[in-house]
Design a protein around this ligand. Structure first.
Ligand code: FAD
Length: 431
């Protein structure tokens, strides 16, 4: 019984049974069958089957005492940490891979457990730069394999206590040494998974506030001088976020993913998949919340009627459902187009196309996080007290949806990026 995460039962047995992961997946699948390709649908079902069996076999209740990091290795062994790429370079071959496959993976895992899905998303942010810049160096391939197969989560260290949105004027420094290594010094913060990760990807600059002199490093958190404390984010109490103090952390040259001068470029190259992944997380949260609310509204009776039949509830859910479906369709189309171009251009998408995708990724991230906040709140609200107590995952959706607008660049930053794109588009179109 997946939903019993509470001390006091507020919802009756009959409705709680109906909230099973199996039923929530069935609701999602009936919505998506007509729009997914058979290959996408089969992969979605494959991940769902694994999640259902895993939940049952391990008696997972999603209760407050469970440690979501305990599950990372099992999902890694099945190849469910990321499907953005296949990893032939590490002797890992997936049939289903690309952004669209990753959408399937994420939507299935998010319905299983949204905080676990978010932790996985942060690992992917660390996997991608190592994948792009491994240069066949064994140390980098080892780290890559550890993260893909769930031996360790990964984290990305961009944000600093004094530099958040302004990520290119960093204060953390990297000082070159005679043997080709670098010494890192500075403080990073809010880095998802960092306290539980063996590997992190960190950014620093040779001169404070100088974005032109940024570099990118792969760091083992066990190295001398790497200190980490946990930052508590009450809306995602199961995730471990870090505040790291780097004191003369020596990074050998094999671990320099981007030399001084390349750091900023590497930071930006990861932004399209990162923002699309956050958008995917947002729509996944919408589907998770909707599945709960629609099951509830079809079963809960007041005034002798299922509450769905009252316009106040039924029309509200219809509106949220329509918006979620439309955004899912848009996102799926984007992912499929991205995958096509990735294949056509051998993994090197031309600059003019990738430039246009930066704006699209911001549009999706902006809209999906805004929608998730609205849908998750309204779905919980439509369930009355049942949506606010701790008997279901709705409470997790309500909380986690509130941080999506901040992670990966705030709402205002996305608006700023989009407004700059409007200037470029105007110049391209009108002159
Ligand atoms: C749960 C969680 C997970 C995170 N995970 C990671 C991670 O894994 N790795 C990592 O490096 N970071 C991570 N972050 C950090 C996140 O990316 C930053 O919090 C975010 O970029 C905002 O930075 P800040 O918190 O310093 O806010 P600030 O940059 O100080 O912004 C404060 C407010 O000012 C607004 N603002 C700032 N500049 C402008 C502007 N030019 N125009 C308009 N408004 C502006 C912002 O929109 C915001 O509302 C995470 C944060 C959270 C909460």
């Amino acid at each position: 019984m997946s939903e019993r995460k509470f001390k006091v039962q507020a919802i009756n047995d009959e409705i709680l049974e109906k909230f099973s992961l199996k039923n929530r997946y069935a609701f999602l699948n009936n919505n998506l069958t007509s729009i997914l390709s058979p290959k996408e649908f089969n992969f979605l079902r494959e991940v769902q089957r694994f999640c259902m069996r895993y939940e049952k076999k391990n008696n997972i209740t999603h209760g407050p005492n469970e440690d979501i990091y305990d599950w990372v290795r099992d999902f890694g062994e099945k190849g469910y940490i990321t499907r953005q790429h296949t990893f032939d370079i590490c002797d890992i071959h997936y049939d289903d891979w690309g952004l669209a496959a990753d959408l399937m993976r994420n939507i299935a895992i998010d319905m299983f457990d949204p905080q676990f899905a978010m932790g996985g998303g942060a690992t992917v942010l660390a996997i991608n730069p190592v994948y792009e810049h491994h240069e066949n160096i064994p140390q980098r391939l080892e780290a890559l394999k550890d993260m893909i197969t769930g031996v360790s989560p990964g984290a990305i260290l961009i944000t600093e206590p004094e530099r958040g949105s302004d990520a290119v004027h960093q204060l953390t420094t990297c000082t070159p040494q005679d043997d080709g290594s670098f010494l890192l010094n500075g403080i990073k913060i809010y880095n998802t998974n960092a306290p539980r990760s063996k590997w992190v990807v960190a950014y620093a600059t040779q001169e404070q506030n100088n974005g032109n002199l940024m570099a990118q490093f792969l760091v083992n958190t066990g190295w001398e001088g790497f200190g980490v404390e946990r930052v508590n984010i009450p809306w995602v109490p199961k995730l471990y976020l870090g505040k790291e103090t780097l004191t003369d952390v020596r990074v050998p040259k094999e671990y320099i993913l981007g030399p001084v001068g390349k750091g900023r470029e590497h930071l930006f190259e990861g932004l399209v998949p990162e923002r699309i992944s956050i958008a995917i997380m947002g729509v996944s949260e919408c589907w998770g919340a909707l599945a709960h609310a629609i099951i509830y509204a079809n079963n809960r009776k007041q005034f002798n009627q299922e509450i769905l039949k009252f316009q106040g509830v039924g029309f509200l859910l219809a509106d949220l459902w329509a918006r979620t479906t439309n955004l899912t369709l848009g996102l799926l189309k984007f992912c499929e187009a991205f995958d096509e171009k990735y294949e056509k251009f051998g993994g090197e998408i031309p600059k003019n196309i990738s430039q246009a995708m930066v704006a699209s990724a911001s549009q999706f991230k902006y809209q999906a996080s805004k929608l998730a906040k609205k849908v998750c709140y309204e779905c919980a609200n439509a369930c009355g007290g049942a949506g606010l107590c701790d008997n279901t995952l709705l409470y997790d959706y309500l909380n986690i949806s509130r941080i999506q607008e901040i992670v990966g660049g705030s709402r205002q930053i996305q608006q700023y990026i989009m407004s700059l794109s409007l200037r470029t588009l105007y110049k391209m179109s009108v002159g």
